[in-house]
Design a protein. Structure first.
Length: 94
């Protein structure tokens, strides 16, 4: 299972970068919008590229989203996550 989760680390990082860039145009974000949440799960799951089933990818990405929302008040704030934080968070999603 750890190998599978490691294989989705790169797509997850790419999803965060893409969504971070997308969010940069906003001034004073007020929490995670529904659109940001939906876009995160969607882009994260698409980045899976068949490493795991679509259902499992969506489950893992949703788990990551919930953990990120708990820890970071906004999408922009989540951009400060280190690679090690992202890996640890992803590995904690079973």
């Amino acid at each position: 299972m750890k190998i599978v989760k490691r294989k989705i680390m790169t797509p997850l990082l790419l999803s965060l970068i893409v969504l971070g860039t997308y969010s940069c145009g906003e001034s004073k974000p007020k929490g995670w919008s529904d659109k940001e949440k939906t876009e995160f799960v969607s882009s994260c799951a698409k980045a899976n590229n068949g490493v795991v089933s679509d259902e499992k990818a969506k489950e893992l990405c949703t788990c990551m989203l919930h953990k990120m929302v708990e820890q970071y008040p906004t999408m922009v704030a989540s951009q400060s996550m280190s690679v090690d934080e992202i890996k640890a968070m992803a590995l904690s999603c079973n």
